[in-house]
Design a protein around this ligand. Structure first.
Ligand SMILES: O=C[C@H](O)[C@H](O)COP(=O)(O)O
Ligand SMILES: C=C(OP(=O)(O)O)C(=O)O
Ligand SMILES: [Mn+2]
Length: 464
């Protein structure tokens, strides 16, 4: 067993790793707390700093949610995405909640992602790296500080409660402990199920065949379904019975917004810091100022990281972000998640791609077709139209084709349940259906059928 193996799997065994004085000195050297002095958008209105510090102390000694070697493995797989040899599928709830952190909900999300991944693998003829918005997606940046009732806005279960009264909306530091416990339990369950045959490729394809059979738009997807069938039969005939067909790795990601939480779950390994609250952490559109706290924190951890970029992003800003977040130009380190809106992507994205590609920067380009396409329905629901979502992905592919860059992946808000939150799709959901099952704690998600339909459409785009 090599020294390196030991260090990666046993952070506590790193010489000095469990000594608080040495850990503090290393943290200072790595600048892990510099963010505390910087401007910070969307800072939680903590009622009591002493309580935040006490909770942080507790979280700084617990076993982390993920392990450093997993984080490094994901970074290596994302290097393949960056270099055009793989595709990245990321998805899950906009806001996970403690109440919905159930076996059924987690498995439904995982199952939907796996179903989408099989279709995309076939469409791209490339491996698909699977990352959930899962096991820790418990914070939300908001556009307004109060809601329609005049109450302090809901900021995600890690910070306050969705319940509509002033006391529930008070930000409570103890919720970080509950978030940790929920994330740890979710990660534990996912690891167990996904390594135990639940994710068997044939079973997943079988679920997809059910979708094709039952979807009103099934005919359109039948051809791809049949081709996958043939490919599986061919592999079986050749005697391929690899572990890869039976087990799956799903990585966990969330927005790094409550920096106290992510910092407390940061561990030092050798001379590197790892944010071990999740494998992949991203910074949102509302908190990406380059001189701000969020960008500073994330610049100092070794994880693969993402930054959302909206329609006002300039090519120069992106180059500066690359300098700051990936100065060594390591492939797989930085994912830029474009969320421009279907009406803007074709204008805003190409000049960014040209500049960044021209400068030789290693970047994964991922399309979030959700956050630029939100509107209010005629009956007052926050919703998204399936056609606009598909059109933004199409615009993303067109831009990459024109510039010659790799459309690396998609980032989707979805659930494996039959909710009615986004309109359109083969089920033809319309405004009047939204009230039937509108369950999201924040943004509208694609339901199972809409998610699979999107996967089939993206597979078609990948093939042509
Ligand atoms: O998930 C993203 C943001 O948190 C969300 O879109 C903000 O929603 P709001 O505009 O309702 O605050
Ligand atoms: C907050 C989110 O997105 P954005 O930062 O792109 O608005 C999100 O992904 O839920
Ligand atoms: Mn969202």
């Amino acid at each position: 067993m090599t020294e390196q193996w030991h260090q990666l799997r046993n952070p506590g065994l790193v010489p000095g790793g469990s000594d608080p004085a040495i850990a503090a000195e290393q943290a200072t050297r790595l600048g892990l707390d510099r963010w505390r002095e910087l401007p910070r958008d969307q800072a939680p209105p903590w009622p009591n700093q002493t309580e935040v510090d006490d909770v942080s102390t507790v979280l700084s000694t617990v076993p982390p949610i993920v392990a450093p070697y997993e984080v490094d493995t994901l970074r290596a797989q994302l290097a393949d995405v960056c270099e055009g040899r793989a595709f990245l599928l990321q998805g899950g709830d906009c806001a996970e909640t403690f109440a919905d952190n159930t076996e059924a909900h987690l498995l439904a999300t995982a199952r939907t992602l796996l179903q989408m991944a099989v279709v995309l693998t076939y469409g791209a003829s490339l491996p698909v790296v699977k990352v959930g918005r899962i096991a820790g997606q418990y914070t939300k940046p908001r556009s307004a500080m109060t809601d329609a009732l005049g109450l302090p806005v809901y900021r995600g279960d890690m910070l306050n409660s969705l319940e509509a009264n002033a006391e529930a909306r008070r930000v409570d530091p103890q919720r970080m402990i509950r978030a940790y416990a929920n994330a740890a339990a979710a990660m534990n369950m996912l690891r167990a199920y996904l390594s135990a045959g639940t994710a068997d490729l044939r079973a997943v394809h079988h679920w997809n065949k059910d979708f094709v059979k039952n979807s009103p738009a099934g005919e359109r997807y039948e051809a791809i379904g049949r081709e996958i069938d043939r490919a599986l039969a061919f592999m079986a005939a050749c005697g391929v019975d690899d572990d890869a067909l039976h087990t799956v790795t799903m990585y966990a990601s969330h927005e790094a917004l409550a920096l106290e939480y992510d910092r407390a779950l940061t561990r030092i390994n050798g001379d590197r810091a790892f944010g071990l609250s999740g494998h992949f952490l991203w910074i949102g559109e509302r908190t990406r100022r380059l001189d701000g706290a969020h960008i500073d924190y994330i610049s100092r951890i070794s994880n693969p990281i993402g930054v959302k970029i909206g329609p006002t992003t300039s090519p120069d800003w992106v180059l500066e972000a690359c300098d700051k977040l990936n100065p060594d130009n390591v492939p797989g380190r930085l994912t830029l998640i474009t969320r421009m809106g279907n009406q803007k992507i074709r204008d805003v994205l190409p000049p960014i791609l040209e500049k960044v590609h021209g400068a030789g920067r290693a970047v994964i380009w991922q399309c979030d077709p959700m956050h630029g396409n939100t509107h209010e329905s005629s009956n007052g629901y926050k919703t998204r139209h399936f056609d606009r979502i598909v059109d933004e992905v199409l615009g993303f592919f067109e831009a990459h084709r024109a510039v010659g860059t790799h459309p690396g992946g998609i980032h989707i808000e979805l659930t494996g349940e039959d909710v009615t939150e986004c309109i359109g799709g083969a089920q033809a959901l319309a405004d009047e259906h939204l009230s039937q099952r509108y369950e999201t704690a924040c943004d509208p998600r694609l339901n199972t059928q809409q998610s699979l339909e999107l996967a089939f459409l993206v597979a078609e785009m990948l093939r042509h």
